[in-house]
Design a protein around this ligand. Structure first.
Ligand SMILES: Cc1cc2nc3c(=O)[nH]c(=O)nc-3n(C[C@H](O)[C@H](O)[C@H](O)COP(=O)(O)O)c2cc1C
Ligand SMILES: Nc1ncnc2c1ncn2[C@@H]1O[C@H](COP(=O)(O)OP(=O)(O)OP(=O)(O)O)[C@@H](O)[C@H]1O
Length: 316
């Protein structure tokens, strides 16, 4: 997949690109609703015998347009989004830097400069896609803005349980710790990547060594608690039980720092510095402050059994 980063204003001309069928959207999560749009673009491109493309933006428009939010956390940060879209067989990914100047473009100017002038023959977007200043451009204004230079397909609302599959729905579920509910919406478990870093080295002494994960980029982190997870180390997936939180049993109250640590089942290697992927399955419980270490050890053993039961059921 060719990646093209664009900063507004750009000086590309039609001749710089082959004929394209382009899917439009922010696509955080690349969930099943997004996949309808992107797969449709690929299918039409294949039928027409031309190249498929996705146009996305970075950072999230709310960083520029929002009053409060300065930093956004993503279901799929840009690198993850690139990886998934590339695996879907798309030929071109356009990443438009979402600046105030770009946001101020009138809808017609957006269509002229970012669709017609980039050799797009056909546009695919969802029923609720908006473009241009204040999101004034919609799928019903697209025909007049197209100047008959391209055709287009509107993808109908894709729902699960009578509700639109959307990035906001998935974000809300992750914030509530409903990681299992997210799986059918994404079409895969929620996944983060990170590096194994040094912790307090206490885990080993209590019989549950853990891999402490330093998160690589601006991932949205689920609600704190204990989770059944899978972790990929050196191309191999393992089951595990993860504590995401502040370790209140040991934490000094004036030094709250969030940690993600995974006790990998049936595993005994040193993996400091390894790049790992963590997939989030079932949330098991809230994190608690224990009075003594023995209570914590007994509870972690129960957590381990709960996770094992969950994964066993998943197989059947
Ligand atoms: C499955 C699991 C559940 C845990 N639950 C809690 C908990 O409820 N409260 C808590 O204070 N720490 C909890 N911990 C964190 C342990 O305190 C932590 O693993 C231990 O202190 C080792 O930390 P270290 O890796 O930084 O040395 C849990 C750890 C695991 C693996
Ligand atoms: N469930 C869906 N069915 C059909 N099209 C969708 C669906 N969800 C998103 N789209 C389309 O996919 C593209 C990307 O959408 P966008 O990034 O705004 O996602 P979203 O999930 O709707 O996000 P948000 O929850 O933030 O509104 C747009 O063209 C949008 O219309």
């Amino acid at each position: 997949m060719k990646e093209v980063m664009i900063h507004h204003p750009h000086s590309f001309e039609k001749e710089d690109f082959p004929q394209l069928v382009m899917a439009l959207g922010f696509f955080d999560g690349v969930h099943l609703g997004h996949q309808q749009v992107i797969n449709k673009a690929k299918k039409i491109a294949d039928q027409k015998g031309i190249q498929s493309a996705v146009m996305t933006f970075d950072p999230h428009p709310s960083v520029v347009l929002g009053r409060k939010q300065k930093h956004v956390h993503y279901i799929t940060p840009l690198e993850e989004k690139k990886r998934i879209i590339s695996e879907m067989g798309i030929d071109y990914l356009f990443i438009i830097r979402f600046t105030s100047d770009f946001a101020a473009l009138e809808p017609q100017a957006f269509v002229d400069q970012y669709i017609i002038n980039m050799n797009v023959q056909h546009v695919v977007a969802g029923f609720d896609y908006t473009y241009g200043k204040f999101g004034k451009g919609t799928m019903s204004t697209l025909p007049e803005h197209s100047r008959d230079a391209f055709s287009y397909t509107v993808v109908n609302k894709y729902e699960i349980d009578n509700e639109k599959v959307s990035s906001s729905r998935i974000r809300k579920l992750l914030n509530e710790g409903e990681t299992v509910e997210v799986i059918p919406l994404l079409g895969r478990p929620f996944q983060i990547s990170g590096t194994v870093i040094h912790g307090d080295k206490r885990g080993r002494t209590i019989g549950f060594p853990t891999a402490n994960i330093g998160i690589d980029s601006d991932y949205l982190i689920p609600k704190t608690g204990v989770y059944a997870v899978k972790i990929q180390v050196n191309q191999q997936w393992y089951e595990g039980v993860c504590n995401l939180g502040y370790k209140p049993t040991f934490q000094k109250p004036d030094e709250p720092s969030l940690s993600i640590e995974v006790h990998i089942l049936d595993f005994d290697h040193s993996i400091y510095g390894e790049e790992v992927q963590v997939q989030w399955f079932q949330r098991i419980r809230d994190e608690r402050k224990f009075n003594g270490i023995n209570g914590l050890i007994t509870q972690i053993e129960i957590d381990k059994q709960t996770a094992l039961c969950f994964f066993e059921k998943l197989l059947t």
